[in-house]
Design a protein. Structure first.
Lengths: 806, 339
């Protein structure tokens, strides 16, 4: 929404500066997105008369001009000009030396191919009044030489670009904005001039039939015969242009002008094409051939203006409040017109405009709600302007009003509510501003619960003020938000938990040397299928931005693998990434419900670090990531088991495992399989893991235990074992055997070496070394106890696993 | 005389010994079993008894002196040896250190954590809610009826087949918290939100933090106090705050909150579009219709609420020019700006 300075001045005599008005608008809740100053862009540009024109001796395409700009010196300015469209005797816009043009160029005295140039003849583009121009601007002959161009063109001093919030339909007009500013600056407010209109009896009435009472509470129509439609006057065209609208013809321009002036959208029909007005909901199958050339298929919820109720014989004249039809519109040839000034239901217009994608100036006003009292005023004003510009004879106003007259809204507000809500006492003096905005105050003696109330009559244009809290905002606005003090709450606050479970889990992972990534929650179908086979449980976005963001991820790995590929392509191959986020799936049991799971996921690839002067880098493998997870689990106080799994989608068989806590699955780990890696052209081994955070216990406070007082004894045993023996089975067997012999003395058993060479391999064997650690609480162990346990382990490994001590 | 000469010789020999080995050899030469002094001592018995005490005394003095000298020489040698060791072990301290890989939180996460910490420090509890929401929690309960123009402004992503959508803001957590709890409530709700918009300044997924308080007679002055405290703490300096009347369906009165530009200190720069102000969040007093929608009596309770965009705050604080870089997750960016 634009606001033109000169137009504002028509209603209230503003003396404030541009910046002051801008601040006032901001304080009133109207956001100023920008201010254009077309007039100041023309500073230094004057009307000039070309007194002489000849060819530049050195350049075919250049002309030498003498230009009189009426300065005191008799000397005319010498101008070298490249345009072709001017003759001696033309009046042009001459920018003098020192002028800064709209494109930011500042003119200097120049020498063009040996000829002095003391200024420049401007085109409309150079003046910033058109996007492009063909040749320089030729001014009307009656322009006075030496007059500043801004005066001749009646350029606006300022045009504000405003953002009007959806609740303030009343500010979608010059008059509405003037009302706010006049109230703020305590200035008088005048209404547009409204001359009497002579009504001609021989102009036919229009039959108005409203069949959709809720959607159209009020419809006024008037016929004007014998119009001669030409261009609207220059001043009106300029205002429309300043407001960003294109002049069409005198009638259409008046419709737009009234809408901008008063906020009442209007429409004009060619009366020859309209027999009667039927306001009704559309029937299925009906089509609007819209003004913009599109065919709109209508729905039964749409409100239309038609010339008949019967479907087969009806022409759709307009989608009410949105756009008219192509053939019923007013053209230069139209002789009789039909004006519409109506109230359409906000929700109905909003729905139709959004669905059809035709968000028009009219629909934006209707959907914010318009003042029902404006319809008459707007129709009268439009009639008088059209008769002034086009002649013609006006018929009488034909009127249809279905709903009961808009009842006056009165809000009863407890007197202390404003202070309770704002935390500051707003002095009564602010009522004066509200009164100027149209609110009427009425003190009420009667009290309810000893609370003093005030009755406030709400002006008809303020659809947004519906309850007492809305009045609180009005008070706050005129009092000034800046005048509200800043006070810290002095309330009994509870001691809050500073961190969530998920956040704690993430922090532990990051402290393990991982970079946290945040990837999109939606991915492509192709990425989804890398790690989740079946698609029935996918949560699909109905209106995605693109296919690559169309399905809610069921595994974080998809996005992380893409991130890895992105980095690998940029030479960053050593990656340790972690992400904490949700995976999404449809519920298997409940219809339509979606399940969100909190997941922590890891990805590693490349080398553990770059090679340095003191250390060589090692390739990341399965155990690099497994170790990371073991560290992570140790920190959060859990000891889960890793169980080999061959059927995890997207992971390579033989390098994948489920992670199990007790009997519950809590996550998995493995190497991304060749197919998934290849789909992103990743050419190095990538390892991933994930843990379902919802399935692991909330970390409890760790408890103190006494540090051991007596020393431990260790025994290292190295076995030659069948090659397929798993580490886990060896440790388990050792633990079992030691515990049998020396109850409660075995503190730990761990693998310290794993080795194979050719001679071992030839025998189908590998070597594994385990370290048994024994400790008794409260005494020192004896050699015999430990030896007995070790012997038992050696025997048991030999018996059960076929291992021999090396 | 012979004794004196021996002492001088020995002292000289000890002084020039250049290693503990040669010192040891010299010690043996003089005071060892077959040493010169030992020989003299043996010779002592042959002296007349009257001379013996004096001679013995002299010999003992020499012995003592030599022992002293030997100790000094030893210390000197140790010192020299230490000096040599230190020189030998000198390193080029300009060589790079042995670093371990250190991790980092994503800048957005660090921002979220920092924001939440400020509020938990003030006594606000953290709450979270679903990212796939229903229309009631995302719109209806927040006083945004189906045909409301504000609903169209939200650019909602819908989920196929059903009534679900991707939440467009974290305000549904406000509704859920009020449904699950009873006032007084003070909640900070961080989370991911989604809007159907993708360009330099919009990401289809971004992060918000919703903050609200419901109690008896909560005032706008308190809202302003909490905002000022939060923003000044987050940006680490006392900031000017500007509240502008605005419109959100779920608050009344509503206000946009601007801070004096953190880049130009309010003088005007391209980031603040030369206004000196930066729009950072929307806020207001919770609309009575919102309280009523979750059966909280608006006559008795009131509250404030605000929602802030985490990306924007982080961008302002760390001077990040483009929103999209957050989700590219380039590790060079994460290492440099992560925390």
């Amino acid at each position: 929404m634009k606001l033109a300075w000169s137009w504002l001045q028509n209603y209230t005599p503003l003396t404030a500066t541009c910046d002051e008005v801008s601040q006032a608008l901001t304080a009133l809740g109207i956001e100023v997105e920008g201010i254009e100053k077309p007039a100041s862009a023309m500073n230094g540009v004057f009307v000039g008369l070309i007194t002489n024109k000849c060819k530049h001796p050195q350049a075919d395409k250049l002309s030498l001009l003498s230009v009189d700009i009426g300065s005191n010196s008799q000397k005319h300015l010498n101008i070298v000009c490249g345009a072709q469209n001017m003759q001696a005797g033309d009046k042009i816009a001459l920018a003098t030396i020192g002028t800064t043009l709209a494109n930011g160029l500042t003119l200097k005295r120049g020498n063009i191919r040996g000829k002095l140039s003391e200024g420049m003849c401007c085109s409309e583009a150079e003046l910033g009044i058109a996007d492009e121009a063909d040749g320089i601007l030729i001014l009307p002959q009656d322009s006075d030489i030496g007059t500043p161009l801004a005066e001749v063109l009646q350029a606006e001093q300022a045009v504000f670009d405003l953002s009007i919030t959806p609740n303030r339909g009343d500010c979608m007009s010059m008059h509405g904005l003037a009302r706010e500013l006049a109230a703020w600056f305590n200035l008088p407010l005048s209404t547009p001039i409204m001359p009497d209109i002579n009504i001609t009896d021989d102009v036919a009435d229009i039959a108005i039939d409203i069949r959709a009472e809720k959607a159209c509470p009020k419809y006024l129509g008037r016929r004007i015969d014998g119009v001669n439609i030409g261009q609207s006057p220059k001043w009106m065209q300029q205002r429309l242009l300043a407001m960003g609208m294109r002049p069409i013809n005198a009638v259409v321009d008046v419709m737009n002008y009234i809408m901008l002036e008063l906020g009442q959208p209007m429409h004009s029909f060619d009366a020859a094409k309209v027999e009667k007005i039927c306001v009704r909901h559309a029937n299925a199958g009906e089509v609007l051939h819209a003004l913009d050339g599109r065919d709109i298929n209508l729905q039964t919820s749409d409100l239309v203006i038609s010339d008949a109720n019967a479907v087969d014989s009806a022409n759709i004249l307009a989608l009410a409040g949105v756009m008219g039809s192509e053939d019923s519109g007013v053209t230069a040839a139209t002789q009789s017109i039909l004006l519409e000034s109506a109230v359409f239901d906000a929700a109905t217009v909003c729905r139709a405009a959004r669905r059809t994608g035709m968000v028009t100036e009219a629909s934006m006003r209707f959907e914010r709600g318009i003042d029902a009292n404006l319809t008459e005023l707007a129709l009268q004003r439009a009639t008088s302007l059209i008769i002034e510009f086009c002649g013609g004879r006006a018929g009488k106003v034909c009127h249809a009003e279905t709903a009961a007259k808009q009842s006056k809204r009165v809000i009863s507000m407890p007197k202390n509510l404003v202070e309770h809500r704002l935390g500051v006492n707003v002095p009564e003096t602010n009522n004066a501003v509200l009164k100027r905005m149209g609110f009427i105050f009425e003190s009420v003696e009667a009290t309810d619960n000893n609370q003093q109330h005030v009755n406030i009559h709400i002006p008809t244009w303020r659809h947004d003020v519906r309850q007492a809290e809305d009045m609180v905002e009005e008070y706050a606005r005129v009092f000034g938000y800046d005048n509200i003090p800043a006070v810290l709450p002095q309330r009994c606050m509870r001691a809050a938990q500073p961190q969530t479970h998920n956040n704690y889990c993430l922090h532990v992972a990051v402290s393990g040397g991982f970079l946290q990534v945040i990837t999109y929650a939606f991915i492509s179908e192709k990425m989804q299928r890398l790690f989740v086979a079946e698609s029935e449980l996918d949560v699909v976005v109905a209106n995605p931005i693109s296919e690559t963001m169309s399905i809610m991820r069921r595994s974080l790995w998809s996005g992380m693998l893409q991130t890895a590929a992105h980095n690998i392509n940029r030479g960053q191959r050593n990656l340790s990434l972690v992400e904490q986020g949700r995976s999404y799936a449809k519920s298997k049991t409940k219809d339509a419900a979606c399940i969100e799971n909190d997941v922590l996921a890891w990805l590693m690839c490349g080398q553990n670090k770059s090679s340095t002067w003191h250390d060589t880098a090692k390739d990341i493998d399965f155990f690099s990531l497994k170790g990371v997870l073991e560290d992570w689990f140790a920190k959060v106080g859990l000891t889960p088991r890793f169980i080999a799994a061959d059927n995890i989608i997207g992971l390579q068989t033989g390098q994948a495992a489920n992670i199990v806590l007790g009997k519950q699955y809590i996550g998995c780990i493995g190497r991304v399989d060749a197919k998934a890696a290849a789909s992103l052209a990743v050419d190095i081994p990538v390892f991933v893991a994930e843990v379902q955070l919802g399935r692991i216990p909330v970390s409890k406070h760790k408890r103190f235990i006494h540090l051991p007082e007596f020393p431990a004894m260790e025994r290292d045993l190295v076995f030659a074992l069948p090659a397929q023996t798993s580490c886990e089975s060896l440790l388990q067997q050792a633990r079992k055997a030691a515990n049998k012999v020396a109850r409660k003395l075995l503190e730990d058993v761990s693998l310290f070496d794993r080795y194979s060479d050719k001679s071992l391999l030839d025998q189908g064997q590998i070597s594994m070394g385990i370290r048994l650690s024994f400790r008794a609480s409260g005494r020192t162990l004896t050699q015999q106890e430990v030896d007995a346990a070790s012997d038992a382990v050696i025997k048991s490994i030999a018996d059960t696993l076929g291992g021999s001590l090396r | 005389m012979q004794l004196q000469k021996l002492q001088n010789e020995a002292l000289q020999a000890y002084a020039v010994a250049d290693s503990s080995g040669s010192l040891q050899q010299q010690q043996l030469n003089y005071t060892g079993k077959k040493g010169a002094l030992t020989a003299l001592l043996k010779h002592l018995g042959k002296l007349p008894a009257t001379e013996r005490p004096l001679a013995g005394k002299h010999v003992n003095e020499v012995k003592k002196t030599l022992a002293q000298a030997s100790k000094q020489a030893q210390e000197r040698l140790q010192e020299e040896e230490e000096t040599r060791r230190v020189i030998r072990e000198k390193v080029d301290i300009s060589l790079p250190g042995k670093r371990s890989n250190s991790g980092a939180l994503h800048p957005i996460q660090a921002g979220l954590d920092e924001i939440c910490a400020i509020f938990t420090g003030m006594g606000f509890d953290i709450a979270e809610g679903p990212e796939i929401e229903d229309e009631f929690h995302n719109f209806d309960a927040l006083n945004i009826p189906p045909e409301h123009p504000a609903r169209a402004m939200h650019d909602t992503f819908f989920v196929e087949g059903g009534q679900h959508l991707l939440r467009t803001h974290t305000s549904p957590v406000q509704i859920r918290s009020m449904q699950n709890g009873t006032p007084p409530l003070a909640i900070v709700a961080p989370g991911r939100v989604f809007r159907c918009d993708h360009d330099v300044s919009h990401s289809p997924m971004f992060h918000q933090v919703e903050v609200f308080m419901v109690d008896q007679k909560v005032t706008m002055a308190e809202l302003k106090g909490v905002l000022k405290h939060f923003l000044s703490t987050y940006f680490g300096r006392d900031l000017d705050l500007r509240m502008r009347p605005s419109y959100f369906p779920f608050t009344e009165p509503s206000c946009e909150v601007d801070i004096s530009c953190v880049l130009c200190s309010g003088k005007g720069c391209p980031v603040c579009k030369r206004t000196g102000w930066l729009e950072v969040l929307g806020s207001g007093m919770i609309h009575p219709n919102v309280l009523s929608s979750v059966d909280i009596d608006p006559q008795k309770w009131s509250g404030f609420a605000f929602g802030l965009g985490v990306e924007r705050l982080v961008m302002l604080k760390q001077g990040i020019p483009d929103l999209r870089i957050f989700f590219e997750n380039d590790v060079r960016f994460l290492r440099r700006l992560g925390a």
